[in-house]
Design a protein around this ligand. Structure first.
Ligand code: SF4
Ligand code: SF4
Length: 131
């Protein structure tokens, strides 16, 4: 699922995340400490390696984007300050911001939403997913 080409994706992810994935030393501590490890198809250490390689196709199709809990345990554990969570979030944003790349089309929004859900959250979600 190319977006602007993998070179563009690489620059965008680097800009969004502020992370240099190439300093990863492949120790695997991020994956070993990840509470969502068993729910992911691409584990955090592998995710980082694919970003460093500029191989974004598998990342953009990965369920890992939606399984990461943003708990930042991997960020705390990484001895090289790579911040895998930031890279996952950056790739997720790359996908969400793609014009026409709706993750949640309006027709899939349930007719009846939780009455406690703030209206602002609904409007923000619709804007985010309809670019
Ligand atoms: S932030 Fe995501 S990738 Fe990192 S440890 Fe938590 S669930 Fe795993
Ligand atoms: S903990 Fe850090 S250095 Fe180790 S594999 Fe994960 S991202 Fe790379």
């Amino acid at each position: 699922m190319p977006i602007g080409g993998e070179a563009t994706d690489f620059l965008d992810v680097e800009r969004i995340s502020g992370v240099n994935a190439s300093v990863c030393m492949h120790c695997g501590k991020c994956s070993a400490s990840c509470p969502a490890f068993h729910k992911m198809d691409i584990h955090p250490h592998r995710f980082v390696a694919l970003v460093a390689d500029g191989d974004f196709g598998p990342l953009l199709r990965s369920v890992t984007l939606w399984r990461c809990l943003s708990c930042f345990t991997c960020v705390e554990r990484c001895p090289r300050a790579v911040k895998p969570a930031n890279l996952i979030e950056a790739v997720r944003l790359l996908l969400i911001r793609k014009p026409g790349g709706n993750h949640l089309p309006p027709q899939l929004v349930p007719a009846r939403l939780d009455e406690e859900l703030p209206q602002q959250a609904i409007v923000a979600a619709m804007r985010k997913y309809n670019k």
